[in-house]
Design a protein around this ligand. Structure first.
Ligand code: GLU
Length: 340
């Protein structure tokens, strides 16, 4: 499960041909907070002569819009961040995800989970989940207490007649080495997580039938040939679940590079509610993206303070070592916004 290490660098050696991806969720206009992760994903790929895939993560039909996706693509182009394949739309791939969930469901015994199926129906409501919460995971999410792990077929049938279940994936017990996931992040270095302690059995499909993010992203990254996942550090804690899924589905592990978030002066993550920082507003103020790219690049050690430059001009300057040395979150304060 561990990614192979180069003994000198303690980080994974780069695969021969890098395939990276943009994976925006079209729940609104692209935001300043997303620009840094898209820029770094693109720089990492282009500096390695690799290929970029664009995947629109429009899984949840309630929250997504084609119009937002169109605007995000337009914003990426304005930023000078191009792609070679896609867009692929998750909303068009439901059958592929369903087949992967079926594969997981049929593979309990081989996976060594004590003869139990790897997936099981879960009837817990949101409030039951919170009431039965085991000690909190480090990222503030709950650890599933295993309430529906041992339901008999009769109990499942009786409950399914009342409400449709979600589908959960069993993780190995805390003392089972198969559930200890280690990897080396390109920016944040060595990571290690015991799945049973950090998340417990996790969802692969919601009770409304929509496939869970963790499952979709793993299937898509593998099927689209992605070798390098670069995204905000808020998703660092998802990587071990995704690596566990990759091993169960017989996929290789991509390398992971999580990148700093843009935060407000009080450390709060910038949100889509801050309309003044969305790309629609920023594009009204600037003819070109160079000042914005320069401001982000300077916080990452890739440009001098006050420098304005294109994404293209940053390609020869990019290195993960530099990002790793500047991995504190980027504070969007008066000083940052003085480029405005
Ligand atoms: N769709 C997610 C987002 O927009 C990113 C998922 C990923 O990069 O794995 O936050």
């Amino acid at each position: 499960m561990n990614i192979a290490h180069d003994t000198n660098t303690a980080c994974p050696t780069a695969p021969k041909r890098v395939v990276g991806r943009f994976a925006p969720t079209p729940s609104g206009r692209m935001h300043l907070g997303n620009v840094a992760s898209c820029l770094l994903a693109w720089l990492s790929v282009r500096s390695a002569g690799g290929r970029m895939v664009l995947r629109i993560e429009d899984l949840d039909p309630r929250a997504q819009s084609r119009e937002a996706a169109r605007l995000i693509m337009d914003d990426l182009r304005w930023l000078g961040l191009d792609w070679d394949e896609g867009p692929f739309w998750q909303s068009e791939r439901a059958e592929i995800y369903a087949a992967a969930i079926d594969r997981l469901g049929g593979s309990g015994i081989e996976a060594g989970s004590r003869g139990l199926r790897l997936t099981y129906p879960c009837f817990c409501t949101r409030s039951e989940l919170h009431a039965a919460t085991a000690p909190h995971a480090s990222d503030g999410t709950y650890v599933y207490a295993g309430t529906c792990r041992g339901l008999s077929p009769d109990e499942v049938a009786a409950r399914a007649a009342v409400r449709p279940p979600a589908t959960r994936l069993r993780v190995p017990e805390a003392d089972d080495p198969a559930g200890v996931i280690g990897f080396c992040d390109l920016a944040y270095g060595e990571q290690r997580e015991v799945l049973a302690c950090e998340c417990g059995d996790f969802l692969v499909r919601r009770s409304d039938g929509v496939v869970a993010y963790q499952l979709a992203v793993v299937v898509d990254d593998a099927e689209m040939g992605v070798t390098q996942v670069v995204r905000g550090r808020d998703l660092l804690g998802s990587a071990p679940r995704q690596m566990y899924l990759q091993s169960l589905l017989g996929y290789g592990n991509p390398e992971y590079g999580h990148v700093p978030l843009l935060v407000a002066s009080d450390g709060r993550r910038l949100s889509k509610r801050e309309r003044d920082l969305d790309l629609g507003t920023l594009r009204e103020r600037f003819e070109t993206p160079s000042a914005l790219i320069g401001a982000i690049a300077s916080r990452l050690g890739l440009a001098e303070a006050g420098e304005t430059l294109t994404a293209d001009a940053l390609v020869p300057r990019f290195s993960w070592k530099m990002v790793a040395n500047h991995r504190e979150d980027i504070v969007v304060d008066e000083d940052f916004l003085s480029f405005v």
